[in-house]
Design a protein around this ligand. Structure first.
Ligand code: HH2
Length: 256
């Protein structure tokens, strides 16, 4: 899954793809480099990010989704039902909701009615406050139990279980040690029985370990994704598609 942030303030590529033409060109580069899906987002979820009004979010993402969806599989990274509804009507095949259907009471119905896939992400609190001293009894057990509950909620709202992807939400209300424990024990999330999305790309914990800036974390990103692959993750949300794709191809070739 290639990341396409059509935002002025995303943590690693903010402002680079605000123009629809630049966004579409970048999406095409990611697909050429091996992305199976392009994740279009119009609102940053970095720690402390400001909320974006629905009309502004749509203004950012809709021209890009419309231009891409006929040519490549597109997912829409949003927690707003109105944005998801319009993006899906324009051809998006997956709704990537970092609030796991909690942010907007109308979101579950939009996904159920459209019959599209949905990714449910674990996040503690909301982006503005999620990194304020996050604590868990047992981060992996807490995340697994949260995702299990959200999966049951989705099913109760009429979303077919086969349409649901689960994501432990690396960096969403987690310390370095929480992120590492989730990676170490990712198998416990995979054991929930739905395909797992893993999103560590360029995130802060990689910078903490390596001492490198956002756009210099490719090697760290690749390492985390190869480990996630080994632990059973199915989809890898990344900015650096070519490097990740090569690394995963090598890792996959070792599977008998
Ligand atoms: N991480 C980000 C955004 N969306 N979606 C899923 N499913 N999993 C993730 O880990 C995830 C996500 C944050 O990264 P990014 O899009 O690069 O930055 P920003 O939120 O600042 O736009």
């Amino acid at each position: 899954m290639g990341v396409l942030n059509v935002t002025p303030d995303s943590f690693s590529d903010g402002g680079a793809f605000l123009e629809p033409q630049a966004a579409v060109a970048h999406a095409q580069r990611m697909v050429a480099a091996g992305a199976a899906l392009v994740d279009v987002g119009g609102e940053s979820t970095r720690p402390g990010a400001a909320a974006v009004a629905e009309a502004e979010e749509l203004r950012r993402v809709l021209p890009v989704v419309e231009a891409l969806a006929a040519r490549v599989p597109v997912s829409i990274d949003t927690s707003k039902a109105g944005v998801a509804r319009v993006a899906v009507a324009a051809g998006a095949v997956l709704v990537n909701d970092v609030t796991a259907l909690r942010g907007d009471p109308a979101m579950a119905a939009v996904v159920a009615e459209a019959g599209v896939d949905v990714c449910l992400v674990h996040m503690r609190g909301e982006p503005r406050t999620m990194q304020d001293d996050p604590r868990y009894d047992d981060v992996v057990a807490d995340v697994a139990s949260f995702l299990e509950q959200r999966l049951a909620f989705a099913a109760g709202a009429g979303i077919a279980e086969e349409r649901v992807w689960l994501d432990p939400g690396i960096g969403f209300g987690k310390t370095l040690e929480h992120n590492l424990e989730l990676l170490r024990r990712l198998g416990e999330i995979v054991a929930l029985g739905r395909p797992v999305v893993f999103g560590a790309s360029r995130k802060r914990f990689l910078g903490t370990i390596t001492g490198r800036a956002e756009d210099d974390r490719v090697a760290g990103t690749v390492a985390a994704n190869v480990i996630a692959f080994e632990r059973g993750a199915h989809m890898f949300r990344v900015h650096d598609v070519a490097a990740t794709r090569d690394a995963l191809a090598v890792a996959a070739a070792t599977v008998p």
